[in-house]
Design a protein around this ligand. Structure first.
Ligand code: A2P
Length: 347
């Protein structure tokens, strides 16, 4: 008899939480019950799911009783507080925050790259940083053909990376600026509309911000390759949703551009988007709402015979967060790594 699972979404009212809800709806996940959890602020709200309205509950001590799987996207401190309690209650947690990503006991998974890492989970599986996921989906298939020795990446990150409130703030800023008024800033330190700034996460003593070091450290963990050299510059740009990245990949020997295109045209989770005649390449507006990472503008690096350049755009809320988490949940189900408390399912 097919199994079905009781799922809780922690952070259900947020930008990623809302997307998790719609993905569970459209991907026919074997779900017997859905629980929506957020902060006290949202208690009493309802959200639509499969033709019904489901109440949002404030997360509390008994929220995870009889829950099989938790999809958490409510920030690092909320995960630190509630993920261990959910595991204690018998659930498996797919955590979208950065709280557990570098914990050696916790698998960090991009299903197209290292699905087998999930096999050794001890209750928590971490969903990587959004820019890391997008880069990994594009670079991994090339790394399989010939080892990447060094990655130089620059990101162009949309407002959605900072949550639903930041997206609203950028829209309000655009309206204010066009009306000749001073834009208000709360979610971001500076106006993002008609502007850009280096990523606003804390800086270390070498001058790298946290977002940049996430790309470095998480990629090494996911690829299982501590030798790969990576340097990143992360920038917030006035795009509402979907991140872009310019990536330079260096190998030990030349990597044929036509072979790179062939590999990426067949790679899981990638859509090759290139029309050189029309100067048409991946754009965040077109990647928005799409599952695939759009990759293109693949060319020889004229300054280094062993390097190639590529450009990508990917939906940060979907593949960069919610979709990757749901794919992890699906692989846990496929590999029988979640213990269901419910068995019967209506199909
Ligand atoms: P709430 O809407 O009740 O504040 P985003 O990333 O779009 O800002 O969303 C963050 C999500 O995390 C929201 O669902 C938010 O709920 C939830 N959240 C934030 N802080 C907490 C908390 N302390 N406990 C539970 N949920 C939280």
């Amino acid at each position: 008899m097919p199994k079905s699972y009781k799922i809780a979404i922690l952070g259900a009212t947020g930008a990623v939480g809302t997307e998790l809800l719609s993905l569970l709806e459209t991907r026919a996940f074997p779900l017997s019950e859905l629980k929506l959890l957020a902060s006290e602020r949202s208690a009493g709200k309802t959200l639509p799911f499969r033709g019904q309205r489901i109440p949002v509950e404030a997360v509390g001590e008994h929220s995870f009783d009889n829950v099989d799987l938790v999809l958490a996207s409510a920030g690092g401190s909320t995960s630190k507080c509630w993920a261990p309690k959910a595991v204690e209650a018998g659930a498996v947690v797919v955590d979208n925050s950065s709280a557990y990503r570098m914990d050696p006991q916790v698998p960090l998974v991009v299903p197209e790259v290292n699905p087998e890492a999930a096999d050794r989970h001890q209750g928590i599986i971490a969903n990587p940083n959004c820019t890391t996921i997008l880069m990994n989906v594009a670079v991994w298939p090339l790394h399989q053909e010939q080892t990447v020795q060094r990655i130089v990446v620059s990101t162009y990150q949309s407002a959605s990376g900072a949550g639903a409130r930041a997206m609203e703030e950028m829209k309000e800023q655009a309206k204010a600026i066009l009306a000749g008024q001073t834009p208000k800033t709360e979610a971001f330190p500076y106006p993002l509309a008609f502007n850009l700034f280096p990523h606003n996460s804390p800086l270390d003593d070498r001058g790298y911000c946290q977002e940049e070091m996430k790309m470095v450290n998480e990629t090494r963990k996911i690829f299982g390759d501590s030798d790969i050299k990576i340097t990143a510059t992360c920038v917030r740009v006035p795009v509402l949703r979907a991140h872009s990245e310019a990536i330079n990949l260096e190998f030990a020997a030349p990597f044929s551009v036509s072979r790179a295109k062939e590999i990426l045209s067949e790679a899981a989770g990638v859509k090759l988007v290139e029309d050189w005649q029309a100067n048409y390449f991946p754009m965040p507006m077109e990647a928005t709402g799409r599952d695939e990472v759009f990759v293109g503008r693949i060319r020889q690096d004229i300054s280094n015979p062993n390097a190639i350049e590529l450009w990508l755009s990917g939906d940060q809320i979907r593949k960069g967060a919610a979709l990757n988490a749901v794919q992890i949940a699906e692989l846990l189900v496929d590999r029988n790594l979640v213990r269901p408390t419910a068995v019967a399912v209506s199909t």
